[in-house]
Ligand binder design. Structure first.
Ligand code: F6P
Length: 344
């Protein structure tokens, strides 16, 4: 069989580990040939490929990013995108595709399968961990660790200067990374999109804490956090090819407001793409490897239109449609029952 692979959307630690696992089991166990499409769906449309075999993947397990490159191209938004993609698959003789991506990439995979009959299996990737149908996506664990390490470092500098530190964390419209890193890093407040925040309450909590003699505080804010209606004005944002707003910068607005209202010196750290870069944690390497093996098995079982997923620590197959149907948000029990206990 000739199996194509592509990685789409924002890069994520563990992508190379998935590719390596697909290649390893595909080549050794099934006798497949493998081909990588460069830069996500863009390479599939343009027929730009790179050869993939066990040799080319050597040494990539601990490497962040993706050897294939990635993009946020949507074939359904490009002129003749879908026809060109199908033509390039036919020219190359591709029998099946493993698409590794988040909501957008897998949404395209789902449509290509159902509307165009493309034989595709999905693998759930995103540091945001916002994909339904899987308990965890690979990359999330690494992002949480990076954010937690940063918060740990911010504690000591905050304490030395009696400052409030506002730390902005990625995650788009879900607060998974912020909630986990905030709990792990002992944050004074964690503001996430799922729980609109009241700036008055945030400042009251900081004041109460400072009155108790704690002069340093860490406020974790998810990039997609929202103030309660009319309580704080945020700037307008641009949208990408998938219609997603470009987030980032809420920490600056929040820090100015906190400093003005409380009088406490406040500083901002926007972690940004550091959270996506570099080597995956051991957990993510193992999860990615398990996903990769399961994906090539699914290809050989003809389980097209499905995505591999983690449920109760087992790898299962779920319909792609289920995976992209609904955003997975933070469990209120984790936020209110655990994180909130440590606020203020
Ligand atoms: O989806 C992953 C993610 O890192 C989000 O957390 C973030 O909002 C977005 O991608 C950033 O996208 P870009 O790399 O295009 O700036």
């Amino acid at each position: 069989m000739l199996v194509g692979l592509l990685t789409g959307g924002g890069d994520c630690p563990g992508l190379n580990a998935v590719i390596r696992a697909v290649v390893r089991k595909g080549e050794r166990h099934y006798g497949d040939d493998l081909v990588g499409f460069c830069d996500g769906w863009r390479g599939a449309i343009e027929g730009r490929t790179m050869p993939l075999d066990i040799e080319t993947m050597r040494g990539t397990l601990p490497r962040g990013g993706t050897v294939l490159g990635s993009s946020r191209t949507n074939p359904f938004k490009v002129d003749d995108g879908v026809q060109r993609l199908k033509a390039s698959f036919a020219d190359l003789g591709v029998d099946a595709l493993v698409a590794i991506g988040g909501e957008d990439t897998l949404g395209v995979a789902n449509r290509l399968h159902h509307e165009e009959g493309v034989p595709v299996v999905g693998v759930p990737k995103t540091i945001d961990n916002d994909l339904s149908a899987t308990e965890v996506t690979f990359g999330f664990h690494t992002a949480v660790q990076i954010a937690t390490d940063a918060i740990d470092r911010l504690h000591t500098t905050a304490e030395s200067h009696n400052r409030v530190m506002v730390v902005e964390i990625m995650g788009r419209h879900a607060g998974h990374i912020a909630t986990y890193a905030g709990i792990a890093g002992g944050a004074t407040a964690i503001l996430i999109p799922e729980e609109p925040f009241d700036i008055d309450k945030v400042c009251e909590a900081l004041t109460r804490r400072h009155e108790r003699g704690r002069y340093a505080s860490i406020v974790v804010v998810a990039e997609g956090a929202q103030p309660t209606e009319g309580s704080l004005a945020l700037k307008d944002t641009e949208v990408d090819e998938f219609g997603h707003v470009k987030l980032g910068g809420i920490a600056n607005v929040l820090a100015d407001e906190i400093e003005e209202r409380t009088g406490y010196e406040t500083r901002v750290t926007i972690l940004g793409h550091v959270q996506r870069g570099g080597t995956p944690t051991a957990y993510d390497r193992v999860l990615s490897t398990r996903f990769g093996i399961a994906a090539i098995d699914a290809v050989h079982d003809g389980a097209f239109g499905s995505m591999v997923a983690l449920r109760a620590d087992r790898i299962v197959r779920v319909p792609l449609a289920e995976a992209v149907g609904e955003l997975k948000t933070v469990d209120p029990e984790l936020y209110h029952g655990v994180a909130e206990v440590f606020f203020g």
